[in-house]
Design a protein around this ligand. Structure first.
Ligand code: ZN
Length: 212
């Protein structure tokens, strides 16, 4: 999932005439008192937002290193705390989201826990698979390529690179292959339910059952 935000953080905008004046004349004119009050309010609001969010999320090294293989070095992967995720207005994107304008991804605790424990049998297999798949999906939103805003193309890359990513996260080849059916099942569920995740040209790698 991805979205774009305005850089003003949604704190409102000056009226259009004032806005166009400022654009037209640059910074040479002092702002009117109304504009100054507005700017002060925005600064205070942003300050409060930054203060309330400081250190609330983590940026696990392993997740960022693995993501960078697909983002080609762009952006940051953040693991929200449970409280932060609950308070996040975008947590309706249940499994995580990427702000493609500001180049960061936010993942909920369940997804980070899955991706960080990809070879740990104590964590449910579906959670490890989902954590891996979502991490790669969001990484392809972060990457500056022509299809970064195309959910179908991004999701296709996520499933194509799934086993590669699982191994980069610490699973061996057999463990990655064991998780792949969960990823395929999730991919199928998602593409059937939400048409915009479909890419008819996607070549999905087959799961090959291990033959003893
Ligand atoms: Zn997406």
């Amino acid at each position: 999932m991805m979205f774009e935000t305005n850089d003003d953080g949604g704190g409102g905008r000056p009226d259009s005439s004032e806005s166009s004046n400022r654009r037209g004349m640059g910074a040479s004119l002092p702002p009117s008192s109304a504009a100054r009050r507005f700017l002060l309010a925005v600064a205070l609001l942003l300050g409060l937002v930054v203060a309330s969010r400081a250190h609330a999320y983590e940026t696990p090294l392993r997740l960022n290193e693995v993501a960078r293989a697909y983002t080609l070095g762009v952006g940051e992967v953040r693991c929200a705390s449970a409280a932060e995720w609950q308070a996040d207005p975008y947590s309706s994107f249940r499994w995580g989201y990427t702000n493609v304008r500001a180049d960061y991804t936010v993942l909920p605790p369940l997804i980070c826990e899955g991706a960080l424990n990809v070879a740990d049998d104590d964590v449910p297999a579906w959670q490890r698979a989902l954590g891996t798949l979502v991490l790669v999906h969001e990484a392809f939103h972060l990457r500056h390529w022509r299809f970064r805003r195309d959910e179908g193309k991004v999701e296709c890359q996520a499933i194509v690179y799934f086993t590669d990513a699982a191994q980069k996260l610490g699973a061996n080849e057999a463990e990655a292959d064991n998780l792949y059916p969960y990823a395929l099942a999730w991919h199928r569920w998602q593409t059937q339910r939400f048409s915009w995740y479909r890419d008819r040209t996607c070549v999905i790698p087959p799961w090959i059952p291990p033959v003893p």
